[in-house]
Design a protein. Structure first.
Lengths: 674, 346
């Protein structure tokens, strides 16, 4: 123990040498900037930076990489609160209450609470990792396939809480999410499931287009439809004193912060469970355990504290299997493992003996990065808050291209953009018709983990996997999580079905959307009937379940009395756009919005991404929003330069070949952009 | 002034070469590559073994190509590296400005009956070479009691796999099908590391398909502490560093079965393969292959690889090409034996 303490101190000294500290600060600044960009997260940043660490020593490299990886989930709060657009996949849950607070003029308080709980969570995760160092190996050996399976089921059980008052819709969404996650090559026989021989789908649908489509585009679409500023002058009140209010909120809710940090760390240990679902699971958990749950969704600061603390805590958890066994817990950890390799480090026992100083330097980097990140955000938030005062006519043409190119980072294929558009339209309709979206993400992320460990557990242990102590413990937790929401659900459903009547038969937009989903599910069932039996089990079970609940939902929609509006978390649809616009205008503007996006994709295919962005911004501002042409041109040029610097120079994105480049190869040769 | 003239001339020549794809004369190779970049496409995400091999190669190979182009590594993961193989074969310019690396098993996939999504003919790639050949081994946790090939043939065992197209699954299935072994394959692990973790938990007994070099460089302690046993080598030739461990090819006397095994395990020879698009101008093919061979002898490159604990046992482009062609020339009955052998065993 004493040796470990000495090693920890030695590692801190290493890290505090000025050049390493400087690199760490650099990493933190890059990470914060990346986290602010909707769609860009730690994975992109790490992929770009790892090759640069070739010539650095190991502690310096990890200072840089962890500096980046740690804080993207701190600054992702900023666009989430200001625009309702999550900065990384991990900030989607923060949007609900954080954005509602901003609309009330409490952006400062949301910032203060979010940043500080992020730091506390991050330090908590690092501390757990530090304390767990001697126990890492036995800890990981105790978590087998059955335990991982149980964790994924626990995550799925949160669908119940997150569906709120629309259980049928929530379950349908979860089922469809699970179905989508099954696309790709099956783990057991390699059967290509629902890929239609499209190479892009062999690896499944990537996460980024799904989350950005479901959570970012609907907000942007509504911004384009309602055509007003996000907040009136009140938002300018982001200052130290308003942020201090948020800091005090964290203090007042210290128990919640600890609970959520602990849950975030624990979930982080499970390979595959990443920030895209941890925020929702913890949000659901907070709703389930806190007093006055009905306040969640209306701009309750606890709805910011819970996901923010857990998402930063998860990094410590992620590192447990990575360091102890070289098993990456998430996409960012896969990359970090590559960095280990690059520096001749072997994850495993060596990291706990011979290279213990590196392990501790990783932990320190994580801790210091979180503190630095929060400090910088607290000071800088005021400047960034001004963005929220911009008019939609300027904001939209600036944010849309970033979301667009950032999505392309998922796999750098056109498929990313098709799915962004698809999920954007579906997400917007879901938002309009009060379909809870989080269950879809839960099903999507947890589905493959569930399937994988279900088969492994059964193959290895038979049915006895259910009797393992940790599994039983988690099962109790799941039962507790399901007990109240399920009870309420059954009561409400019985009530709803009793009030069905054939008199007011309605076939409105809502019913048509449900019919569309049912048609999708039926098509999925038909196309999957020929697969080997073992590859059918999970996807087709999901299909049948989704089909049954979707049909029940259709019945309530056609025959039922108007359902009470259900919201994202089942509460407070109060913040939903209560726009007084007539339906026709809404539909027309929505179609225009998605039309512009489709136009951007087509334009990119014709003349290349970066030139397309310039042209798009000019036309969208000039014609779409009737801004004066000179202004449109200035903004277009600025956006082009910015995207060129960031994506071409910074991230060296290999641009797909554009039609123009085929016609004039010299242009392709000279610019490298088409 | 002169400089800009030269630039203009180079640009003209290269633009001409690009558009018309006219092979340029040998003396022009240097002027073609001068000031250009050569992209090194990597079918994996940053970090993994293939990525490090490619990045290190990219840093040293440029100076051995006439004209000293800059080599720029670029990751293009997807579809188990099918994406990058397709890209190199049919999209990338066929002028020697793109080379790349993909999974060693990819060239053999078609032969083994898996053709979905493939847009290439493996024999037509311009093979540049493989940085190393890598014998692979079966590794069992010592406590499982599987110590020898004889044990594998007589005692029940379970090995882990990571999906039907992974080497782990292919090798395990081949052994079980061809030699009627009493073992089981439990597949669906995310990767080899997870299988190792599962071995330590005693959930499975071992894994068939672990490259000897990475076992040595990363998990040598397992052997030092006698935690694992190695009952079988998987490859075409016995590795002298693994004495006393039988080689899979020697376990059958049937020449056709031997040929089928050769077909399946040939991928270990081209363990870190690099290829360029088909139909390159011959002088640029020669330039790239020569540069590859020269890099493999470059003391700086070797020192760097040593530092990274990565093996270098180079296989020339010609040798890889011949190997792929040899394998594709096997008669149908041998191919049938091989495809039957890799089928998922019940």
């Amino acid at each position: 123990m004493e040796g470990q303490f000495a090693m920890a101190v030695h590692a801190l000294q290493l890290l505090l040498e000025w050049h390493r500290l400087l690199i760490l600060v650099l990493g933190v600044v890059i990470g914060l900037a990346i986290g602010c960009m909707p769609g860009l997260g730690g994975v992109v940043a790490l992929a770009v930076l790892i090759p640069f660490t070739y010539n650095l020593d190991a502690p310096t490299s990890f200072a840089l990489l962890l500096g980046v990886a740690a804080v993207t989930t701190t600054s992702d709060l900023i666009p989430a609160v200001l625009f309702g657009v999550p900065g990384t996949v991990g900030a989607a849950a923060t949007v609900i209450d954080g954005h509602a607070m901003a609309r009330r003029g409490e952006a400062g308080r949301a910032f203060g609470a979010g940043f500080v709980s992020a730091a506390v969570g991050g330090i908590f995760g690092a501390l757990v990792l530090a304390l767990a160092v001697p126990l890492l190996q036995p800890l990981m050996l105790a978590i087998g396939s059955p335990e991982l399976l149980a964790f994924s089921i626990f995550g799925l059980s949160m669908v119940a809480t997150l569906s709120g008052r629309a259980p049928l819709k929530g379950l349908t969404a979860a089922g469809i999410g699970l179905m989508i996650s099954m696309i790709g090559s099956g783990t057991q026989t390699g059967t290509l499931r629902w890929t239609f021989d499209w190479l892009y789908l062999f690896d499944g649908v990537p996460l980024i287009p799904v989350t950005l489509g479901l959570f970012a585009l609907p907000e942007l679409a509504d911004m384009a439809i309602n055509r007003r500023k996000i907040a009136s002058g009140a938002i300018a009140e982001v200052n130290l004193s308003s942020q201090w209010e948020g800091v005090r909120d964290v203090y007042r809710n210290w128990w919640l912060v600890l609970k959520c940090s602990a849950l975030g760390t624990a979930l982080g240990v499970v390979p595959g469970i990443g920030s895209a679902v941890i925020d929702w699971i913890v949000y659901g958990y907070a709703v389930r355990t806190e007093k006055n749950p009905e306040r969640f969704g209306t701009g309750d600061v606890r709805g910011v504290i819970a996901p923010e603390s857990s998402n930063n805590a998860k990094e410590g958890g992620h590192l447990v299997p990575t360091i102890a066994f070289g098993v990456p817990a998430g996409a960012s950890m896969t990359l970090l493992l590559g960095a280990f390799l690059l520096h001749g480090l072997t994850p495993g026992p060596d990291m706990l003996t011979k290279n213990l100083d590196i392990t501790y330097s990783i932990i320190w980097s994580l801790t210091i990065a979180h503190v630095l990140g929060t400090a910088i955000c607290l000071v800088g938030a005021r400047q960034l808050a001004r963005f929220a005062e911009m008019r939609h006519a300027i904001l939209l043409p600036m944010v849309m291209p970033i979301v667009f190119v950032a999505t392309f980072q998922a796999t750098r294929s056109w498929g990313d953009l098709y799915f962004l558009l698809f999920f954007g339209i579906v997400g917007w309709i879901m938002k309009r018709f009060s379909w809870p979206r989080p269950p879809m993400v839960l099903g999507f992320v947890l589905g493959p983990i569930f399937e994988r460990y279900l088969f492994l557990s059964n193959e290895i242990y038979g049915a006895s996997w259910m009797l393992r102590p940790v599994v039983i413990g988690i099962a109790v937790l799941i039962a507790w999580a399901l007990y109240r929401p399920l009870g309420g659900t059954v009561v409400r459903l019985v009530h709803e079905f009793r009030h069905l009547s054939r008199e007011h038969l309605k076939l409105n937009g809502k019913a048509i959307f449900t019919l569309f989903l049912i048609a999708l599910i039926v098509a999925a069932l038909i196309t999957s009937s020929g697969w080997p039996e073992i590859e059918q089990i999970v996807p087709r079970t999901a299909c049948w379940a989704a089909l049954i609940v979707a049909t029940l939902n259709l019945i309530t929609e056609i025959f039922g009395a108007d359902q009470a509006a259900a919201s994202v978390a089942g509460h407070g649809h109060a913040l939903e756009e209560k726009s007084d616009l007539p339906m026709g205008v809404i539909v027309r503007r929505a179609m225009a919005f998605f039309g512009w996006l489709i136009g951007l994709v087509v334009l990119a295919a014709l003349i290349g991404f970066i030139p397309a962005i310039g042209v798009f911004v000019v036309i969208y501002m000039g014609i779409g929003f009737r801004e004066p042409l000179p202004r449109a041109i200035v903004f277009g040029a600025a956006m082009t330069l910015f995207c060129y610097a960031l994506f071409d120079r910074g991230l060296s994105v290999p641009w797909p070949q554009a039609v123009l480049g085929d016609w004039v190869p010299a242009l392709r040769d000279a610019s490298g952009l088409m | 002034m002169r400089k800009s003239h030269r630039f203009f001339a180079t640009a003209c020549v290269s633009a001409f070469a690009l558009i018309a794809a006219v092979p340029v004369r040998a003396a022009d190779v240097a002027s073609f590559y001068k000031g250009r970049t050569v992209q090194v496409m990597i079918g994996f995400s940053a970090g993994g073994g293939y990525d490090i091999y490619a990045r290190t190669l990219a840093r040293y190979m440029g100076k051995h190509i006439p004209g000293n182009p800059t080599m720029v590594p670029q990751n293009m993961p997807g579809a188990g590296t099918l994406k990058v193989a397709n890209y190199i074969y049919s999209v990338a310019p066929k002028d020697g400005t793109v080379i790349g690396t993909f999974a060693r098993g990819i060239p053999m996939e078609k032969l083994l009956g898996r053709t979905v999504g493939q847009q290439f003919d493996a024999t037509k790639f311009t093979w540049i070479g493989s940085v190393t050949d890598e014998p692979s081994v079966c590794v069992f946790w010592a406590a499982s009691g599987i110590k020898t090939w004889q044990d594998m043939k007589t005692k029940p065992w379970k090995v882990g796999g990571s999906g039907v197209t992974s080497d782990l699954d292919i090798y395990a299935n081949v052994l079980r099908n061809m030699f009627h072994l009493p073992g089981r394959l439990i597949t669906g692990f995310p990767g080899g590391t997870e299988v190792l973790l599962s071995m330590q938990r005693r959930e499975v007994d071992g894994r068939c398909g672990w490259s000897w070099s990475s076992l040595l460089s990363r998990d040598k302690h397992l052997m030092d502490q006698k935690l694992v046993t190695i009952p079988l080598q998987l490859g075409l030739e016995a590795n002298p560093d693994i004495p006393g461990v039988p080689l899979v090819i020697d376990q059958t006397n049937d020449p056709k079965e031997k040929a089928a095994l050769r077909m399946i395990f040939s991928r270990q020879v081209m363990a870190r393969p690099f290829a360029a698009p088909p139909n390159l101008p011959p002088d640029r093919t020669k330039a790239l292959r020569d540069a590859f061979d020269a890099t493999m002898k470059d003391p700086d490159f070797l020192a760097e690889m040593k530092k990274l604990d990565l093996e270098v046992r180079p296989q020339s482009g010609l040798k890889v090409e011949q190997l792929v062609k040899e394998v594709y020339a096997y008669p149908p009955d041998v191919v049938k034996i091989a495809t039957d052998a890799i089928k998922v065993a019940k």
